[in-house]
Design a protein around this ligand. Structure first.
Ligand code: FFO
Ligand code: GTP
Ligand code: K
Ligand code: MG
Length: 469
């Protein structure tokens, strides 16, 4: 055990995904004061391989009492403070699957370690000052990333690209607070406050906060993504569209109207945005009890979607049936999909497009043509979706990280508090009033970095991690 580490409970967990009969290597890790001592009772390294930090040892894991052989493995030792948690860390790199790692974990627990709670390794990295809270949150976001773009934003966060400016802004606010507080306590002994300088600094902080807050929409898109519902009357080709788009046979397609009875889901990624696509039952009045429930579910799906792909059959054009359904969904963001475009000449298609534009008063970029069964128009569909969610702003954002909802909420509180300070100054209220809101802003910034955060907030954040992280 390294001299600077104090005694800590030793935790253990399987750090890799466990899948029966799969995964060539599985890792069990331990962190805490007893990690090395426990490892030494389980792991025998032939020859004289030194147990020194950042070394890999080769050997065998045995049951400490029966000497029963459990696995042939590698052991990685990282001694405090040079480890992820800043405590002594031992990793057993075992054979994959589920049996070796579970047996090794059991041995660690029997030898005195306790099973780690979700995110507890990263919690320790945070509590021991290796990561601030934004970096710790980025770890979970990186693991949960559904696209390379989401991973890249998380990695920027992990590398402190958000932490650095927030720490900087907080310390600027602390400096301003100190300046003002000095006047509250010793007004007579000090030169007068340079008010315009303070106002200038506040404006600077507010501008940076605004830039950072502008990454929230991108964060939301990259993390949560979009729910897109394909809606329309029966037989227009909704399920065919889902299949063409997801390059699968996910949904049943037949020439019978009323084929889809329940909502069918598929996951896609478009421009880095995870998209949950819902194919729905064609909307019409029906005496069939099952179909009627399906239609109700279509309506619920449309209302819960971020975007509705309102699909029609080009051959039938825009009919009264379309009008009726459109009335039900027009409160949602909509893209009109003219499917079965292969059934029309390009002149006819253009006429249909124009008549829809005239009737609905809708932006031309929100009407696209597809021929689902021929896999045509999918690229246009995706472009139109990215357009509809304004990703041009998202891509030009020159900040690599993207804040999450918790961070956005706290930064908004900080922004409002600083705007309040500006008001207090222009209203010429006494210094005490300035400091109240300034402290509020400092506190909110501290909630982002984790310098001022309650146990329950930490619990909420780390409980979303997986075990072993
Ligand atoms: N096997 C393994 N792979 C892994 C991890 C791990 O813990 N184990 N990681 C876990 O998430 C990530 C890598 N992150 C890590 C971050 C810091 C340290 C570490 O030991 N840092 C020390 C020593 C640095 C040095 O020697 O220069 C330090 O920062 O003091 C290790 C892994 C991804 N891959
Ligand atoms: N020519 C042509 N036929 C299509 C196209 N898309 C779908 N179809 C055909 O239209 C019929 C209905 O397709 P589906 O995908 O089942 O339509 P749906 O809207 O899901 O129908 P319901 O689930 O019954 O509401 C099938 O026979 C498809 O092969 C297309 O782009 N062009
Ligand atoms: K059908
Ligand atoms: Mg269908």
């Amino acid at each position: 055990m390294s001299p600077i580490s104090t005694k800590t409970e030793t935790i253990a967990a399987i750090a890799t995904a466990i899948v029966p009969q799969q995964g060539s290597i599985g890792i069990v890790r331990m962190s805490g004061s007893e990690a090395v001592a426990i490892a030494k009772t389980l792991f025998k390294a032939p020859g004289n391989q030194p147990w020194s930090s950042h070394r890999i040892l080769y050997g065998y894991i045995h049951h400490p009492h029966t000497q029963q052989l459990v696995d042939e493995a590698l052991l990685l030792l990282m001694l405090a403070p040079r480890s992820y948690t800043r405590e002594d860390v031992v990793e057993f790199h075992c054979h994959g699957g589920i049996i070796p790692v579970q047996q090794v974990l059991q041995l660690c627990l029997q030898a005195g370690a306790r099973l780690a709670t979700p995110g507890e390794f990263t919690l320790r990295a945070f509590l021991n000052g290796r990561l601030d809270l934004t970096q710790a949150e980025s770890v979970a976001e990186l693991v949960g990333a559904k696209s390379p773009q989401a991973a890249s934003a998380a990695l920027a966060g992990l590398r402190g690209k958000l932490a650095a400016p927030i720490h900087h802004l907080r310390s600027l606010c602390l400096d301003i607070l100190a300046e003002i507080e000095a006047r509250v306590d010793f007004e007579e002994d000090l030169p007068p406050l340079n008010e315009s300088e303070i106002i200038h600094q506040l404006q600077e902080v507010l501008q940076q906060l605004t830039d950072i807050l502008d990454t929230a929409d991108r964060g939301e898109l990259l993390r949560t993504g979009l729910k897109v519902a394909i809606v329309g009357r029966p037989n227009v080709g909704k399920s065919s569209l889902l299949n063409a788009w997801s390059r699968s046979d996910r949904a049943i397609v037949t020439d019978l109207p009323g084929t889809t009875r329940d909502v069918v889901e598929s996951q896609l990624v478009v421009g880095g945005i995870p998209i949950q696509v819902l194919d729905t039952a064609g909307i019409r009045k029906s005496d069939d009890k099952v179909e009627q429930i399906g239609v109700e579910r279509s309506q619920i799906a449309a209302q819960s979607a971020d975007l509705v792909l309102f699909t029609l059959d080009c051959e039938n054009g825009w009919t009264e049936a379309e009008n009726e359904i459109y009335q039900q969904v027009k409160n949602r963001p909509i893209i009109i999909v003219m499917n079965k475009s292969d059934r029309l000449s390009s002149a006819q298609l253009e006429n249909l497009r124009q008549s829809i534009i005239n009737q609905l008063d809708i932006k031309p970029s929100l009407i696209i043509a597809t021929a689902a069964t021929l896999n045509q128009g999918i690229t246009d569909l995706e472009e139109s979706i990215l357009n509809a969610v304004h990703t041009e702003n998202l891509q030009s954002a020159n900040l690599e990280f993207a804040i999450n909802q918790r961070q956005a909420a706290a930064l908004t509180r900080a922004k409002i508090a600083l705007e309040q300070v500006e008001n207090t100054i222009s209203d010429r209220l006494p210094f005490d009033f300035w400091t109240i809101d300034l402290r509020g802003a400092i506190h909110a910034l501290g909630e982002v970095t984790g310098e001022e955060v309650t146990e329950s907030v930490l619990d909420r954040i780390f409980s979303r991690f997986c075990i072993g992280k």
